[in-house]
Design a binder for this molecule. Structure first.
Ligand code: GLP
Length: 243
């Protein structure tokens, strides 16, 4: 596991964008794994800038997102599909049909879970995956607990995650209690993984991961310790509790 510490979120974003840019330039038909949350927004801004100013070409790129809230349709401004369109896809030249986000609508969610992992594998698998991290150490929506799903499935969100994510909603009551999430097994199949973390609320989870290398379902991010190609890019605040 390679760890890079940067001064701030902007530098974290640029470093991560460098890795993504290199992947896209070396392999224009690459398959990228993408994440939501506030942390990757800076990286997406960088990639949009590089598309506009340096011609970074997304026309043959395919993407798969990690997760989606259950019950939100793609036009709901709080859905992750809406987020991805707003924060990235609408601003680059990726054909929208090359972009995949699990389908959150109640009547489509179950079938979406069933086909998501096989779709990824049939297309050749994810070459480069970006991950954020929840303050409780969750990855995508794989929450700490007695067990973690291996494959894409419908999961319950913890109160901590509901509270953390309430800032994006008008009220905490509007935050869905369930989501569709790629499983830990689905995520670990990616060839390369870049985890980005910024801010002091991520410091306890990053410290747990790096201070003592153990793997536990109670710290989902710890499964990355079993992967052969992970780069963690943190800012100083997120790194501040590492010994
Ligand atoms: C959500 C997403 C995660 C993301 C996390 C952290 O729970 N499902 O994929 O890593 O938020 O978000 P933020 O970057 O806003 O702290």
């Amino acid at each position: 596991m390679k760890v890079i510490v940067k001064n701030n979120h902007k530098e974290v974003s640029k470093e991560a964008a460098d890795i993504f840019e290199m992947e896209i330039r070396n392999n224009p038909k690459t398959i990228l794994g993408l994440a939501t949350g506030s942390t990757p927004i800076g990286m997406y801004k960088e990639l949009i800038k590089r598309h506009n100013e340096e011609g970074l070409d997304f026309s043959s790129v395919t993407t798969f997102n990690l997760d989606e809230y259950l019950g939100l349709d793609p036009n709901n401004p709080n859905s992750y599909r809406y987020f991805m369109n707003q924060e990235l896809f609408n601003h680059i030249n990726i054909p929208i049909e090359n972009t995949h986000v699990p389908l959150g609508e109640e009547d489509k969610a179950e079938i979406s879970c069933k086909v998501y992992d096989s779709m990824i594998q049939e297309m050749g698998g994810i070459k480069l995956q970006v991950l954020g991290i929840g303050s409780n150490g969750h990855i995508a929506f794989n929450e700490p607990g007695e067990r973690l799903s291996a494959n894409t499935s419908i999961v319950d969100l913890t109160n901590e995650t509901i509270q953390d994510n309430a800032r994006f909603f008008d009220s905490i009551d509007e935050v869905p209690k369930k989501a569709i999430s790629m499983g830990m097994g689905s995520i670990l199949k990616a060839e390369k993984i870049v985890l980005i973390a910024s801010g002091e609320n991520k410091a306890p989870a990053i410290a747990k991961l790096l201070n003592e290398p153990y793997i536990s379902t109670y710290l989902p991010v710890s499964f990355l310790l079993a992967h052969k190609d992970v780069t963690i890019i943190c800012d100083e605040d997120a790194y501040s509790l590492v010994k």
